[in-house]
Design a protein around this ligand. Sequence first.
Ligand code: SF4
Length: 191
Amino acid sequence: MRKSTVLPVLPSAMQSIVSQALEVGSQVQPFSVEGRQKAPRIRDAKVVKSVCPYCAVGCGLNVYVKDGKVIDIEGNPDSPINHGTLCPKGSATFQYTVNSSRITQILYRAPYSDHWEVKPLDWAMEQIAQRVKQTRDETFVERLDDGRVVNHTLGIASLGGATLDVEENYLMKKLLCGGLGIVSIENQARI
Ligand code: SF4
């Protein structure tokens, strides 16, 4: 024969406490105005994929941009190199980028001058091109004294940064060595 499963009736005082508790639990929880307005700092920001500017490991970065300004930089979790992690230097990339001490203009100090002058980029590029040509013309050697053909100049050297990628290094080597005959081409990334 089946047993009856009637629940015991609670005393009225206890029923009142339970119903009050249920009422409170079903109400919307109170929030402060400040709490309602809080949001992640990167909400609505555009994510630009980039690469850490420091070393040859080349860790991937997520650069968060809002209203045309960089507001945060973090490791890119989709990067097969760093999986979102960054070393202390890479973690400081934001302050490297957004920094009032960062120089954003061409500065030129003339020979024997004691101060820097602001110059346009086109002027600086023209100066570099002219000085490379002049130095190469003055120092280019076709043959050594023993008659061996070398077609080189020892008057110009190139020192590359670690964040130059494979394609950039290829182009530099092709232009500087094969094109201009520069022998001294170095890059920190060889580590
Ligand atoms: S985060 Fe560190 S290890 Fe990675 S590329 Fe930048 S400096 Fe190199």
